[in-house]
Design a protein around this ligand. Structure first.
Ligand code: AMP
Length: 426
């Protein structure tokens, strides 16, 4: 028989892990709400043109990583490789600017990039991200960094570093590129193939090269910050001031540039020492030209996205556990006659908010208690023929081993009370 497997670069997230995912998603919802962000949901695929225009043709995403296809009517569509372009499209299409001068939006969902899979890098991966549209002030850059930091702290993650840089704007970026090119030009033959390509198409990205061979030639590289125009310089200065005011630790990393072309001024990453080569958990920055680039007004914006796979990986590496929602009680009918009765009890408990499981198998009591232990339930309610006659089951406390008779008429109310007490509810 054929054994089917998941496509390369994708993975199943199994129940043992989804608990962590749900915890991360819930924390994001809570923390983002504290900063007045509201959720937006956009389609998983968009017109290809949106990404070509938004992300930039000389980026890796556009040149080699998109999942593009034609639908039955010959439309060119692409599975979204990132969230920002789609959020901006939706923002413009829904005329949100007319309703609010400043939009603070967040999103979550799968993204698709045809990358070489490795630990922490997948072809289908999941991001949670946020975008602030309509704010050019340096405070806003800092606020999203603060929110990212707040969120990671709320998850209990340790040993993360915030790296920031400025990649300039339309005015100073060409000067930065020229400086880089004239510095690296003499050593072009010594650089890796990717860098040589980028030298022509996207020289800033050369800074991102992790190849140790290339790194030897980067020593003495001109410092981007010295080439920034006055506006970008003062913006970068203000962002650092705000970060200091909020006591957020950061490092200025002059080699930090991001893989997407739309960034202007501030870029930042949250880095973990526990992720190997793919050490960026979260990346973002300012993109003051994108809204206009996509047909809207000249509107400054800033945002970030983090990858859930990488966050969950760090949580596992740091042994961060979260409570797993398990049934509170196992109904253990012994014999066919008791099954119907137990089913009614199980359903009544569930309707009153108590998570209940039932074991209607033909197994004996010993085996049922064993599976109750495995499930981690607090109680087992045993119903055999005698109990049916007496209308009174045996309630076993799995923690103490104590067992007592509880009448059918009292059972549901008693369990509900115990459950609420155990959860610390009144
Ligand atoms: P980007 O959209 O490239 O700025 O990436 C933002 C974040 O998404 C990164 O810091 C990662 O956490 C995550 N990420 C990006 N690409 C992948 C991938 N191929 N697999 C898993 N996570 C990814």
């Amino acid at each position: 028989m054929t054994q089917y497997t998941v496509p390369r670069g994708t993975r199943d997230i199994l129940p043992e892990e989804t608990t962590l995912w749900q915890f991360v998603e819930q924390k994001a919802r809570e923390v983002f709400a504290l900063y007045n962000f509201r959720e937006i949901r956009t389609p998983v695929f968009e017109h290809t043109e949106l990404f070509l225009r938004g992300i930039g043709e000389n980026t890796d995403i556009i040149s080699k990583e998109m999942y593009t296809f034609q639908d039955r009517k010959g439309r060119n569509l692409t599975l979204r490789p990132e969230g920002t372009a789609a959020v901006v499209r939706a923002y413009l299409e829904s005329n949100r600017r007319n309703q609010e001068p400043l939009s603070k939006l967040w999103y979550q969902g799968p993204m698709f990039r045809y990358e070489r899979p490795q630990a922490g890098r997948y072809r289908q991966f999941h991001q949670i991200g946020c975008e602030v549209l309509g704010a050019g002030n340096a405070y806003q850059d800092t606020e999203v960094i603060a929110m990212a930091q707040h969120f990671f702290t709320a998850l209990g993650l340790k040993d993360l570093e915030v790296h920031i840089n400025s990649v300039g704007c339309k005015i100073c970026r060409p000067v930065i590129k020229e400086r880089l090119k004239s510095f690296l030009g003499d050593n072009l033959d010594n650089l890796c193939e990717d860098c040589r390509k980028r030298f022509e198409t996207n020289p800033l990205r050369i800074l991102d090269c992790k190849n140790p061979k290339c790194n030897d030639f980067f020593v003495g590289l001109p410092d981007i910050s010295s080439v920034l125009c006055a506006d970008c310089k003062s913006h970068f200065h203000d962002v650092q001031d705000y970060l200091n005011i909020l006591q957020i630790k950061f490092k200025v990393n002059p080699r930090l540039v991001r893989g997407l072309d739309y960034y202007t001024k501030t870029v930042f990453e949250v880095i973990s020492g526990q992720l190997g080569a793919q050490n960026a958990v979260c990346g973002g920055g300012r993109y003051d030209n994108l809204v206009q680039e996509l047909g809207g007004p000249a509107l400054p914006a800033v945002g970030f996205a983090f990858g859930l796979e990488r966050v969950v990986l760090i949580m596992q590496n740091q042994n961060i556990t979260v409570p797993d929602a398990r049934p509170y009680i196992l109904l253990a009918p012994l014999g066919e006659n008791a099954c119907g009765r137990a089913a009614v009890f199980a359903e009544a408990l569930r309707h009153s908010g108590v998570p209940a499981e039932i074991d209607v198998s033909a197994k004996g009591l010993g085996a049922k208690l064993k599976s109750a232990n495995k499930l981690g339930v607090a109680y087992v309610y045993i119903l055999g023929d005698d109990e049916l006659l007496e209308k009174c089951g045996q309630l076993k406390n799995m923690l103490t081993g104590a067992q007592e008779k509880v009448a059918f008429t009292d059972f549901a109310a008693r369990l509900q009370k115990n459950y609420q007490q155990d959860r610390g509810e009144k």
